[in-house]
Design a protein around this ligand. Structure first.
Ligand code: SF4
Ligand code: SF4
Length: 338
């Protein structure tokens, strides 16, 4: 597997990473086999998060016996303040069974409120800086779904790596964020390369993303067959075909008008409905285990049933999504899974 320089970190990472969300759904034994298969196929970059249930622990089992310097490990903390951040990081290190994490991200800095909290004195960013000084983390990073917040944090010179959604339907990052990452020499992790499980043609997804030399796609993978398929596609280095382009156009027309970018510009909702969480019900129910999905989005879906159809949110959505209708569709999908 080809390795590429990951921006100013200077790390040489595999052309594709192993994303740790779906590992939550498989047994520990299967997770260990999956991680070992990925490493055997040349993937040296593994990304997980504190909040992905037992994902860190399972990955920790899978990397036992592998030379630490042969792996690039990334994880994330959802903490706002330093105390919580330190607790999260120490637990991430323990679960992964490592002395340091290469890339530690402030998880989903997706709003101005969260941005202000993490950057405040005594905030999570202070903890991240101290962790870098203490050698527990090599490179500070963040993930986000909000383009303006992500662009601002990228320009702040505080982070070496950014993680942002990017796939052939969700192309928000294409015009500004990817060129900016290149200009600033930051590593760019492409989150949801297969649309969080909604885009099921791996060939098209990766041929599209691999046009961009400077990004590393981070697919969540739960089976050995998937990892072999993706590595095969990546290693083939085939450009997009005319047929792929046609299919992309078709899928953009099908999914685009209802694709929620999780930017949360539609808030606040007078009913307190977590609109983006509900609009992502289909992908969340594919990515997470049924128990985890129930805990994460079950209450939000129930709350969505109180929508007044006032349309306030629609006036704020930059993508002109028909939110009340989409809420209903997602509620129906969720109820059909019960
Ligand atoms: S239409 Fe529904 S979701 Fe949108 S603001 Fe009104 S109550 Fe909230
Ligand atoms: S509904 Fe629109 S504004 Fe709200 S999170 Fe989704 S894309 Fe953003």
């Amino acid at each position: 597997m080809e390795k590429v320089r990951f921006g100013k970190t200077g790390l040489m990472v595999s052309r594709v990473a192993l994303g740790g969300i779906p590992i939550m759904r498989v047994s520990k034994a299967e997770a260990v086999k999956l991680v070992q298969e990925a490493i055997g196929l040349g993937i040296n970059f593994i990304d997980t998060a504190h909040v992905y249930a037992d994902s860190e622990e399972k990955i920790g089992e899978g990397i036992k016996g592998i030379r630490r310097e042969d792996l690039i490990i990334a994880s994330k903390s959802p903490a706002d303040d330093k105390k919580q951040f330190n607790e999260n990081l120490d637990l991430s290190l323990k679960r992964l069974g490592v002395d340091y994490i290469d890339i530690y991200q402030l998880h989903n800095v997706g709003s101005e409120t969260r941005r202000d909290a993490v950057l405040a004195p005594g905030g999570a960013y202070e903890g991240l800086q101290e962790a870098v000084k203490a050698g527990k983390v090599r490179f500070p990073a963040f993930s986000s779904h909000s383009l303006p917040v992500a662009l601002e944090l990228m320009k702040s010179d505080k982070f070496a790596v950014v993680q942002f959604p990017f796939n052939y339907i969700d192309r928000q990052a294409e015009k500004e964020a990817i060129p900016l990452a290149q200009k600033l020499d930051m590593g760019f992790i492409a989150m949801k390369p297969m649309g969080g499980g909604l885009l099921n043609n791996a060939g098209i997804s990766f041929r599209y993303l691999l046009q961009y030399d400077s990004i590393v796609p981070d697919p969540g993978i739960e089976s050995i067959e998937e990892i072999r398929e993706i590595v095969g596609i990546v290693e083939k280095k085939q450009p997009l075909t005319a047929e792929d382009k046609k299919e992309i156009e078709k899928l953009c027309a099908e999914f685009g008008p209802s694709w929620c970018h999780r930017c949360d510009y539609c808030q606040p909702c007078p009913q307190g409905i977590a609109i983006s969480a509900v609009l992502c019900t289909k992908s969340s129910s594919k990515r997470f285990s049924p128990e985890r999905a129930r805990a994460m989005i079950g209450p939000a879906v129930e709350k969505a049933k109180t929508c007044l159809e006032c349309g306030d949110c629609m006036t704020r959505c930059p993508y002109h999504l028909e939110i009340p209708r989409l809420l209903k569709e997602n509620i129906a999908h969720w109820d059909s899974l019960a």
